[in-house]
Design a protein around this ligand. Structure first.
Ligand SMILES: C[S@@+](CC[C@H](N)C(=O)[O-])C[C@H]1O[C@@H](n2cnc3c(N)ncnc32)[C@H](O)[C@@H]1O
Length: 354
C-alpha cells in the first residue's frame, strides 16, 4: 500500500553517511555503487559540468559528459558531503578543464572565456555540500507559510528541532497544502527536505498531490481514519517528527494524535499547529478549549506529566502518561515530546501534611 521500496537504498545510506569511512564504503558496496550514484544524482539535479565519481578503482562520468570542465570526487566523499556531518574540505576533489587554443582575440578574451568555469564548478559543489540556512530563511526560500503571513512558527521549530537537524530522521507532515489542486502545495515538505539534510520526508493529504523530491514521499489518505494511520505508522515509521497541519478540525487532531503518537520514536516530537481552532465552535472547539478539543487533549497531558504525585508511582498508568516526557506550548502551536515519564513522586506522607 505504501511505497516502502522507495527508501530501500536511501534509508541505510543516510544512516551510514554519518558513520566512519570504512562503514560507509561497506554500505556503498552492499547497496551497489550504481544505486548509490543514482541517489547522489537525484539529490543534486542538473549541472553544466561533467562529474566523475570514483569508487573501488572504477570511475563513472555523469551530468554533462561532453563538458570541458570535469569535477572528480570519490563517491564516498559525495555521499558524505550530501548526508554526512563532516565539515572538512573535500578530501578527494580535483577539477580539470580543457584549454582552448589562443586565437586572434588574444589572452584577454581567452581568460574572459574561462570566467564561467568557477561558477559552474561552484554550483555543483554547493549542490553536493548544501549550506545551512536557518528555518526562517528556508521558509521564505520555499514559500512555506510557517514563517510570515498568519504564522510565525519557524522560531519555535528551530528551538525544538535543532538537536535533530543532522540526524537521519523520518518526518511526517499531515497536510501537504494546495487543497484540491494536485499541482499546488508541498512548500513545507521541500523546506523540511532541505533543513533535515539526512531526513526522509513524508507528506499526507486527503487530496492527490504531485509533489516530488529526492527524499519526499507523498501519501493520499484521511487523517481522521485511525486504522489507515496505524498502517501508515507501521510501514513508514517510526517517525522522529510528526507535524499535524491538516484539516485542523478538533476531532481529526485528536484521532491523528492517538493513532500516530505510538509510531513516534522515543526522543521524537509530535507537533500540532493552528491550535486557535480549539477555541472556534465551527471547527469543533469551544471558547474555553475544554475536554474534547485539541487543546483540551494537550492540556490533559500536562497533568499526566505529574501523575506520580497523586497515584502509585509503581502503577502502570496509561501509555500517554508513561510516554510523554514534556510539552511546550507557544502561540497556536504545541510540541509533545516522546520519552519515558518515570520520575518518582514525593513521599505519600507529604501529600496530607500541609
Ligand atoms: C494548511 S494546508 C497544509 C499546508 C502545508 N502543511 C504547508 O505547510 O505547506 C492543509 C492541507 O490539509 C489537507 N487536508 C484537509 N483535510 C484533511 C484530512 N482529513 N486528511 C488529510 N489531509 C487533509 C488539505 O487538502 C490541505 O492541503
Amino acid at each position: 500500500m505504501f511505497d516502502t521500496a522507495r527508501w530501500t537504498v536511501l534509508a541505510p545510506l543516510l544512516q551510514a553517511a554519518g558513520a566512519g569511512r570504512d562503514l560507509l564504503d561497506d554500505t556503498i558496496r552492499r547497496l551497489t555503487p550504481e544505486a548509490v550514484t543514482q541517489v547522489v544524482l537525484n539529490e543534486i539535479g542538473e549541472h553544466g559540468v561533467r562529474l566523475d565519481l570514483h569508487f573501488d578503482g572504477r570511475t563513472t562520468s555523469h551530468l554533462r559528459t561532453d563538458a570541458d570542465v570535469v569535477v572528480s570526487l570519490s563517491l564516498t566523499d559525495a555521499v558524505r558531503g550530501l548526508y554526512g556531518t563532516d565539515e572538512r574540505p573535500w578530501p578527494s576533489l580535483a577539477v580539470r578543464t580543457a584549454f582552448a587554443e589562443l586565437d586572434e582575440r588574444g589572452p584577454g578574451a581567452w581568460f574572459a572565456g574561462r570566467k564561467g568555469i568557477a561558477r559552474d564548478v561552484q554550483s555543483l559543489l554547493s549542490a553536493l555540500k548544501p549550506g545551512r540556512q536557518d528555518l526562517g530563511e528556508l521558509s521564505v526560500t520555499f514559500g512555506s507559510d510557517k514563517w510570515g503571513d498568519l504564522h510565525w512558527y519557524t522560531q519555535h521549530y528551530e528551538r525544538h528541532f535543532a538537536r535533530l537537524r543532522d540526524e537521519p530522521v523520518r518526518v511526517l507532515e499531515i497536510g501537504i497544502g494546495g487543497y484540491a489542486d494536485p499541482d499546488s502545495g508541498g512548500a513545507s515538505l521541500r523546506m523540511w527536505q532541505r533543513y533535515f539534510r539526512r531526513g526522509l520526508v513524508h507528506g499526507l493529504d486527503i487530496a492527490e498531490k504531485n509533489v516530488t523530491g529526492p527524499r519526499i514521499m507523498t501519501v493520499r489518505g484521511d487523517q481522521s481514519d485511525a486504522e489507515f494511520l496505524g498502517r501508515l505508522g507501521e510501514e513508514l515509521g517510526p517517525f522522529d517528527v510528526v507535524i499535524d497541519d491538516g484539516s485542523h478540525l478538533n476531532e481529526h487532531v485528536r484521532i491523528s494524535f492517538h493513532a500516530l503518537f505510538p509510531h513516534v520514536r522515543p526522543g521524537g516530537l509530535y507537533v500540532v499547529e493552528d491550535l486557535q481552532t480549539a477555541y472556534w465552535p465551527r471547527w469543533g472547539g469551544d471558547p474555553e478549549a475544554g475536554p474534547g478539543t485539541s487543546m483540551g487533549m494537550l492540556k490533559s497531558f500536562v497533568d499526566g506529566l505529574n501523575r506520580a504525585e497523586v497515584r502509585d508511582p509503581q502503577g502502570e498508568g496509561s501509555h500517554l502518561e508513561r510516554d510523554i516526557s514534556g510539552i511546550s506550548f507557544h502561540h497556536n502551536i504545541a510540541f509533545v515530546e516522546k520519552g519515558l515519564n518515570a520520575e518518582e513522586g514525593g513521599p505519600v506522607f507529604l501529600r496530607t501534611l500541609f
